[in-house]
Design a protein around this ligand. Sequence first.
Ligand code: SF4
Length: 168
Amino acid sequence: MKPPVAPSLNPLTLKERMKVSRQAMPEQDAAQRSSAFTEVNLGYSPELARQEALRCLECAKATCMQRCPVGVKVKEFVQFLVAGDFAAAASKIREDNVLPAITGRVCPQEDHCEAGCTLGKAKNVKPLGIGYLERFVADYEQRMGIRHLPKVPPMGKKVAVAGSGLSG
Ligand code: SF4
């Protein structure tokens, strides 16, 4: 027997969600940027993150998830953002990805999850800002000093990591 489908927490109709524009990421202004080495992109505020999350259509066949190389449960973490439960969103991402602050910044989402997003298949509608949302969640976790690492059963084996970058 299939588990019951949880009711949506999104107050917008599907039509209304399609009309909400993709939220732009705030950036440092040019004058400040010209004399600093800090990150140009400033990340979403909680309000912007929730506004962007409200655009998700909660597709029955979430093609965004099928296009994610590590299988992040995009639809589920975005619904936690809609509910304003950012810690639960972080926990959901970390079930499949322990480096969300990095992948939220450098993963080519336009070729993966966002390329699969149903929203982007409609005329003049941009895909959900999944990478921006992932980055927001990871930065929120860091600001709040919380970290949800998934429990890994002991394997009784040792491994060596070659290289210190992402490929390592
Ligand atoms: S495909 Fe896009 S709209 Fe559909 S569940 Fe995934 S993120 Fe949401």
